[in-house]
Design a protein around this ligand. Structure first.
Ligand code: ARG
Length: 566
């Protein structure tokens, strides 16, 4: 078992003191404070419940807290808070425990919990856009964090590989055969041509509709042509994933088509149980929160996006035994997910023991404040966007390291450029819109990935110069205020990860790492490390080690590389 964080031990101690003061069974919240190491605010809340004067109760609690080896002081603050200060010894013990634990105090609270994460979800024969980039990056960070906390994670790339548009595409391909299997860029042209014809030529539109029926009923030639498009698109998506360094492989792709055979059964069951009713020829689920129904089957008999999601949900709960379902999807689809969860709950496919969350995210905007697009109004190709970020990063890295050339420069430019794109995305509150600004995301100072990568590399270089292996923390050495702040920040790593999982908000980890890097900078300014001597030097090197490891692990959970040198 990992040594618990200081906040947890303090919470236990304050709970015991509260019990002594006659208020049992509360778990007081312990927070960092400006006026002491920590502050407990639970007393105030409990006092109301038991009709006691908060300040008097806080005084009783403070008096009941045993000071000594670990707790240096406990005192009443404000209307009924308790300020808590730890001894230097307690802080050094905590530092030693963290340093000895390769998991940095992070337990495995997710062990035994199965989470299915639906993310990335690009559409076949279409360019991936920045919305898919957000889903991919946020999903990847959540997957990594859940796995790090010991959870079982099933990745689901819910590819848009099904639907009426494929009738139109296959028909275009049949009528204008390609000399070879079409490449991704060719597919995009084909898509455009097919759409134009579909809208201008009613006879073609008719043939395209018949083609959809052929596809859905498994006609060999139609399915083969469709398969080719899916394969080519998947090759392209894999290229983007490799470039991004995200944990998605073709094995994680279970597209909408995979649920085709289950759709009639879904509709039948919903109709039989009365969850869905026919309205204007369509099979619909109505709810009490909106007049918009969830359309299970369209009036022409076809199944759409909603039916597929119902089938996927039922399978994820029923066959994959998920405890938690996450859908990392654009906030603009929030009504769809509310309807989906409501329908699935009524159908009995989503029991109360399983949580389902639409992990919604905001829109990526261009400099003009409008959704991010090329000047001609097209989707920006993701691969171009990433190439551009890496090119810009190369300039930044080369300026810092004039000696770096060739493959080594390319490698670092990649780590920095991709890290910058990911960090800029993840550091923004998930549901907020943000402006895609490549110059800002590559700034060496400020809240950027590069800043954190440099902070980490600087620590590695300090350690390389010190030349020592991992030091043993020396007890009995006075702790400088800047060291104190750093120990307290380092100790909050596990809680931060728990917070990310409780809220599905990776920006909390970004903010934590950014603050940690700043606290380290203050420490390094105020406390010489390499020039220090004896046990003081030892303990400062220990702090450097632990900060370097925490930054490295934290960045890796965001999917960001932290090379030793930049
Ligand atoms: N492919 C869809 C799109 O590009 C997103 C799919 C989201 N996932 C889901 N299970 N509905 O908008």
């Amino acid at each position: 078992m990992a040594v618990p964080p200081l906040t947890a031990s303090l919470s236990d101690a304050v709970a015991a003191a509260l019990a002594t003061a006659g208020v049992p069974e509360v778990a007081p919240r312990i927070r960092r404070s400006q006026h002491a190491d920590f502050q407990a605010d639970g007393v105030l809340a409990s006092a109301g419940a038991v009709r006691r004067d908060p300040r008097a109760l806080a005084a009783e609690v403070a008096a009941a807290l045993p000071t000594g080896d670990r707790l240096a002081a406990a005192s009443v603050a404000g209307p009924g808070f308790v300020n808590l200060d730890l001894t230097d010894g307690a802080l050094l013990d905590q530092l030693a425990a963290r340093l000895a634990d390769p998991r940095l105090g992070v337990g495995t609270p997710e062990s035994g919990v199965t989470t299915v994460v639906d993310y990335s979800q690009p559409n076949v024969a279409k360019e991936m856009h920045v919305g898919h980039l957000r889903s991919t990056i946020i999903g990847d960070a959540l997957v990594r964090t859940l796995e790090h906390l010991g959870g079982d994670v099933i990745r689901r790339n819910h590819l848009g590989d099904w639907g009426t548009q494929f009738g139109m595409l296959v028909q275009q391909l049949v009528e204008h055969p390609e000399p070879a299997a079409p490449s991704m860029s060719r597919l995009l042209e084909l898509y455009r041509a097919a759409r134009v014809r579909f809208e201008s030529d009613p006879a073609f539109a008719d043939r395209a509709r018949r083609r959809v029926v052929a596809l859905q009923s498994g006609d060999r030639a139609t399915v083969a042509a469709w398969r080719e498009m899916v394969d080519e698109s998947e090759r392209y998506f894999t290229e983007v994933y490799d470039r991004l360094g995200v944990r998605l492989t073709p094995a994680d792709a279970v597209g909408e088509s995979a649920y085709n055979d289950a759709l009639p059964g879904i509709a039948d069951e919903l109709e039989r149980t009365g969850v869905a009713v026919t309205s204007d020829g369509a099979l619909c689920v109505f709810t009490d929160f909106t007049s918009t129904p969830l359309i299970v089957r369209k009036s022409d008999g076809g199944y759409g996006y909603a039916a597929t999601d119902l089938a996927a949900l039922r399978q994820r709960v029923g066959e994959l035994h998920a405890d938690r379902l996450l859908y990392v999807v654009d906030a603009r689809q929030s009504l769809h997910f509310r309807l989906l969860f409501a329908a699935a709950t009524r159908a009995g496919w989503l029991p109360a023991t399983v949580s389902a969350t639409h992990v919604a995210f905001g829109t990526v905007l261009g400099n003009d404040g409008r959704p991010f697009q090329t000047r001609s109004g097209d989707t920006v190709r993701l691969i171009d966007l990433l190439t551009d970020a890496v090119d810009r990063a190369r300039t930044v890295v080369a300026a810092k390291n004039p000696d770096l050339t060739g493959a080594a420069l390319d490698e670092r430019a990649r780590a920095v450029g991709i890290g910058a794109v990911k960090y800029a995305d993840l550091a923004t509150g998930r549901t907020r819109d943000y402006v895609y600004d490549p110059d800002r995301m590559l700034a060496l100072t400020g809240d950027t990935g590069v800043y954190l990568q440099y902070a980490h590399a600087r620590i590695r270089s300090i350690l390389a110069r010190a030349g020592s292996a991992r030091p043993q923390v020396a007890p009995g050495v006075p702790v400088h205020p800047a060291e104190r702040a750093l120990i307290l920040d380092l100790d909050a790593f596990a809680e931060t990860l728990a917070d990310v999982v409780a809220t599905y908000e990776p920006h909390r980890l970004c903010a934590y790492l950014h603050r940690l890097a700043q606290t380290f900078t203050t420490f390094y300014d105020q406390c010489p490390v390499l020039r220090a001597e004896g046990p003081t030097r030892t303990n400062r090197l220990a702090l450097c080690h632990l900060t370097g490891d925490t930054l490295h692990t934290g960045l890796s959970l965001l999917g960001i590389e932290a090379p030793d040198q930049l």
